[in-house]
Each structure stands twice: as C-alpha cells, then as structure tokens.
Design a protein around this ligand. Structure first.
Ligand code: PLP
Length: 480
C-alpha cells in the first residue's frame, strides 16, 4: 500500500516559512526540504490540493502551483488513481532516512552522505598475504557460517587486549554491523517488541529495527552521552526488550560514554532485563586518546556487541561480527542462515591480517582523520561562525547545529553547489534536529575545506532566498 501523509500532519511539518512570498515556491521548497531530510519518505502520497488548501488556509492556486513546481523538478508524480506521489529524484542522495552514497554524481561533487573513508595504505599487502593463504581454503566448500576460526580468534584477541576476555566461540562473523543487527533482530526480536534507541542515532540501524516490526522508545543523547536520568526512567517504566546504543563515539554526536556512566547504564539495563545491543562499529576511531574506557561488555556480560571492519579499516571489506554471550550463539546462527550463509573467505583472511598487523586502527589513518577533523572544525568556525558543534575526541562526524534555518533546505541547496550532506531529521527517531547537519570528516583536509565552503554557500543561498530559492533550477553551478 502506498504510504500517505495527511494534510493536517503535512501542515504541521511545513512550518512558518512555507508560505513566505512567493507562497507557491516556498510551499514547494518546504515540501522538497521535508523529502530531503527524510521526514516525508520518498513514495508518500501527498494530500489532495483541496485538502492541503483547507489545512494551510491559503489559496487553491498556491497549492496547485506548488504541486506544478514539484512535478517540474521531478519531486512529484501524478499516478492515475493514486493521487500525487512525492519522491526524491534518483540522482539525489537525500532520499528517505537510510544513508547510502549518492548515485550518478557530477565528478566534482563531494559526497559526505556516508561517514566512511577510502582504504588505508598497506591494504594491498593484506590482500596479497590473504591471496597467498587462499589455496589452503579451496579444498572445502567455502561456506563458513560462523566465520573462519583464525579471524574469530583475532577478533577475540582484540577484545582481550581491550579488557574483555572473549572466546572465539562467542564471535559470529557477518558481512557488516548492519547485517549483524539484522541477524540479532531476526533471532531475538518479534514484531511489536519495544526497543530503546538514542535520539539522534544511526539511521540505517533505526531502519533495520523498524523493518523488523519493533516499536522504538527514544532517549535523548548529546555530545556528553545519553541522558541517563531519562534512560533510567524509560527502563523503570518497563517493557523494553532491547536497547540499541552507541556508547563509543556515538554516530552522529561523537559522544563517548565514560566508565562510570557505562556502569550506571549497564546497571539500569540489567535491572529491567533489557538486552543491550551495543554498536561498537566506531569504537576504535579514538583520535586523541584519553582516559581509557572498557568495552560495554565488561560491565554488561549479557550485552550483544556489533563490530565492523568498516571504520577501523575499510567499508569495502564488508566484514563485521557479533559478540554474543556464549549461550546465544546457536540462536543467532540459525537466524543468520536465512539471510546469508557466511561472509567471503578472502576478505575474512584480509581482515585477519589487518587485525594481526595493526590491532586497532592503523596509526597513519588516525593521524589523517585527526587532520581532517581539525581542518573541518577550523573551516566551519571561519565560514559559519554561528554554527554550534562540539569537536569530539573520536568518531568520524561533526554534528553541527546551523541555527534558525531548515537543514533539509540547506542539504538540497548544497547539492547544487556540489555537496551531498545528510540533514538532522534523518537521524531523529521521533522528530527534531531540523537545524542540524552531520559532517563526516572523511576526506582530505583541503577537500573538507571545500565542502565547508559549499555548505556555507548553501546556507547563504537559503538565507537569501528562503526555501523558495531551492525550487529554482540549479543556475548557480559549483562554487569550487
Ligand atoms: C554506528 C554505526 N553502525 C554501523 C555502521 C555501518 O557498519 P557496516 O558497514 O559494518 O554495516 C555505521 C556506519 O556509518 C555506523 O556509524
């Protein structure tokens, strides 16, 4: 069934600027911005012109003309019998909540939709070493549903180095952390279960949980970590089956939960019998170092941890893992068998080499990211002095509050200046963050400086022309 949005709800989402003059252009721009920031999912049926006219108290011509502008820009398709379907043109990265790299971008465009970097130097050596070992694996069928023992041992060793004794039997190798979450959801959650999530949080995890039919309860998180009073209150109210949390360099805020807050959170989760689903994808991206924090599993033995090679080494490996309390391993394996039957052998061998060579993140990569983070922060302070953000100790993102401006409109305007960027509402499980954008500092410092310049141009554009300004054809070209 086609999802739809009522005129009243759309009216509420549109906000005050939606009828600024010229009203039809502002209205069209405001709807485009809602599509760009994920608050209207692509494919949603819009209210009829008559309904929206009544809800907004404007003239019918305004709505008719706004819909015409949307259709002209590729944001609206009239389907016989289905009304007007809003959609994001396929070239844009900003469709819906899920973060995926943009497709068919102009060659000069900078895509900061995903917080992921290029492969680290030296990765080819790991591939060469893996290739040399591959013949030893060719004589059996190549399925490794729990993962290669050598890799599971290397992952378990890494947990031990970080202070959490782990046996290889507790590790299930997956094709990434999101795949791990899908497996855990399948094994342990049933439709209607309540799952606690942070707000904001990583959108793809949110979507994975949503697709398994669970309902979310949100707890607020900022650069200092989750609001623990509120978390305890939600947990005390009972009924949460699991909690999906990112205590290590949270995406997008960068928050790192310290040891004593971990202890408090773990205690509250234990008391309420809520399963901790701990996403440690970014845990090794500790750029500055500082007081050591132990993996969450040290304090919560029943925690299920999701790990990945994507941020520590390279997303292209498509290898992750789940660390489970021993008793659950069989259940997860059964659930996994209905998704895929194992991860590729060669990439598992590559990751084994990388872990044996580097342990955590390659030192050179940490230095590169530090330089990129600092260049981005400096450029932001200069170009957008009113923007508010906290420079995190680690992780890959700056979570930037742009002030009184629609981040969805800025994200759309940024596209025409050659920058793809994700607006705050995409990270919001239950609304909010309309003025935030996430800036992953995953490119070289000079590219990041250009990205900030383009973001600044987009902000200027929206300030000068309002949301109406994003409806005009992209006459501006790149500022690069
Ligand atoms: C918190 C978090 N979890 C998971 C992922 C994706 O991990 P993978 O590529 O291993 O599925 C990301 C990527 O940005 C992330 O930030």
């Amino acid at each position: 069934m086609t999802p739809s949005i009522s005129a009243v709800r759309l009216g509420r989402l549109l906000g005050e600027d939606a009828l600024a003059r010229p009203a039809y252009r502002s209205l069209a721009g405001a709807i485009m911005a809602l599509l760009a920031d994920g608050r209207i999912p692509s494919g949603t049926r819009l209210p009829s012109e008559r309904e929206l006219t009544a809800a907004l108290g404007c003239s019918r011509t305004t709505v008719t003309n706004a819909y015409a502008v949307l259709a002209e820009r590729g944001y609206l398709a009239a389907r016989r019998g289905s009304g007007s379907i809003a959609r994001v043109p396929s070239k844009s990265a900003s469709a819906g909540r899920v973060l995926t790299p943009a497709i068919r971008l102009d060659p000069d465009a900078i895509d900061l939709t995903c917080a992921a970097t290029r492969a680290p130097e030296g990765i080819l050596d790991a591939f060469a070493a893996a290739l040399a070992e591959l013949p030893g694996y060719l004589s059996d069928n190549g399925y490794a549903p729990v993962g290669l023992l050598d890799l599971r041992t290397a992952i378990a060793d890494r947990y031990r180095q970080r202070g959490l004794p782990t046996s290889p039997d507790q590790i299930l190798v997956t094709s990434g952390a999101v795949a791990g979450l899908a497996i855990v959801s399948r094994a342990l959650l049933t439709p209607g279960d309540r799952v606690i999530v942070e707000s904001p949080t990583y959108p793809n995890a949110l979507e994975a949980l949503g697709r398994s039919g669970t309902r979310t309860l949100t707890i607020p998180v900022d650069a200092t970590g989750p609001d623990l009073d509120e978390t305890e209150r939600v947990l005390r109210a009972g009924g949460a089956r699991a909690a999906y949390l990112i205590p290590d360099f949270h995406n997008p805020t960068g928050a790192l939960l310290d040891d004593s807050d971990r202890e408090r959170l773990a205690r509250a989760l234990r008391r309420s019998g809520t399963i901790p689903l701990i996403d440690e994808t970014v845990a090794e991206v500790d750029l500055d170092g500082g007081p050591a924090v132990r993996p969450f599993g040290v304090l919560a033995p029943d925690a299920i941890a999701l790990g990945s090679a994507a941020k520590t080494f390279w997303g292209g490996l498509r290898i992750g893992w789940i660390r489970v309390p021993g008793a659950l391993a069989g259940r997860l394996l059964d659930a996994r068998a209905t998704l895929d039957l194992g991860a590729p052998i060669l990439e598992q061998l590559v990751l084994t080499h990388l872990l044996r060579t580097h342990g955590g993140m390659p030192i050179g990569r940490l230095a590169e990211l530090r330089a990129a983070r600092d260049a981005t922060s400096a450029a932001l302070r200069e170009r957008l002095p009113d923007a508010r953000f906290v420079v995190p100790r680690g992780g890959l993102n700056l979570w930037v509050d742009l002030g009184e401006i629609s981040a969805g409109a800025v994200a759309l305007a940024a596209e025409r200046f050659g920058l793809q960027i994700a607006a705050g509402p995409r990270f919001a499980p239950s609304g909010g963050f309309e003025h935030h954008v996430r800036i992953p500092y995953v490119a070289d410092p000079d590219v990041m400086a250009t990205a900030v310049e383009r973001l600044g141009a987009a902000v200027d554009h929206v300030r000068a022309h309002g949301v109406a300004g994003i409806t005009t054809a992209a006459a501006h070209g790149f500022v690069a």
